[in-house]
Write a protein of this length. Structure first.
Length: 255
């Protein structure tokens, strides 16, 4: 069931979104060669704790997962697409890192993700990240009243495919509000003019995921969470929580 949020509720979600934005910024600032993924998770935990927020990621266990998620961020490195479980891996020069983070504050959830490089970047990685961000911007621009979910999907998919990148099949964005995953689903590709019509009060997590090799194939690691490219190519992920308003899309997880 889809809940339309009031202006006051959206303001509350903006407060949760700010916590997410600060957590992502702190993690990115801390991500240097030699720092472990567990240490980055600790950075995000400290931001949430200071803000009085909880994590919708920690302990989350959907039907496909063999165990609850053990961290407050997903940390996906190089060929990991999404849902990477933070561990003792220490960042190396040239790594491509995607961090996904959520926060729950006063009953409302924010959810966002960012990709960046550590040390000396590869030009191909910078292009991949820039395309993910451009696809996210295109999806957000399509998130206006009167459009449909398919218009967001088409905008994202067009940017990704024109750049020659793959899109992991079956994964995309979602509604967000009192819980992290609500209706409707937001695909990262599809025909325009189809799906749920967008109305003021809807809040969506829009999140393109790109595979550099151009295929859509992925596999799941033994941890039951981490999705990884089959061809070994790198991946990038970008996400914002966005409210549909009469005045246009409002990004709730920006700094």
């Amino acid at each position: 069931m889809m809940e339309l949020k009031t202006d006051r509720s959206i303001d509350e979600m903006r407060a949760a979104g700010r916590v997410v934005a600060h957590a992502l910024a702190a993690v990115r600032e801390s991500a240097r060669v030699g720092v472990s993924l567990l240490e980055l998770d600790g950075v995000a935990r400290a931001v949430l704790r200071e803000a009085g927020a909880s994590s919708p990621f920690l302990g989350y266990r959907p039907r496909f997962a063999p165990v609850p998620f053990p961290a407050v961020v997903c940390a996906s490195v190089n060929d990991a697409i999404v849902h990477g479980v933070p561990d003792g891996y220490r960042l190396r020069d040239g790594d491509l890192v995607s961090i996904d983070c959520g926060a729950k504050l006063r009953g409302w959830v924010g959810d966002a993700a960012v990709s960046f490089t550590v040390g000396r970047p590869r030009p191909a990685d910078l292009r991949l990240i820039a395309t993910a961000e451009a696809a996210l911007a295109a999806g957000i621009a399509a998130a206006v009243p009167g459009n449909r979910i398919g218009d967001i999907a088409h905008a994202i998919g067009t940017v990704c495919r024109r750049a020659g990148f793959g899109i992991p099949d079956g994964f995309g964005g979602h509604g967000v509000g009192r819980t992290m995953h609500e209706d409707p689903g937001v695909p990262n590709e599809g025909p325009p003019g189809r799906g749920v019509r967008l109305r003021p009060g809807m809040v969506l997590a829009i999140e393109p995921m790109l595979i550099a090799g151009g295929t859509d194939d992925y596999a799941c690691d033994a941890d039951g969470w981490t999705l990884r490219t089959v061809d070994g190519s790198r991946a990038a992920h970008a996400e914002h929580t966005v409210a549909i308003t009469a005045d246009g899309p409002r990004i709730l997880t920006a700094l």
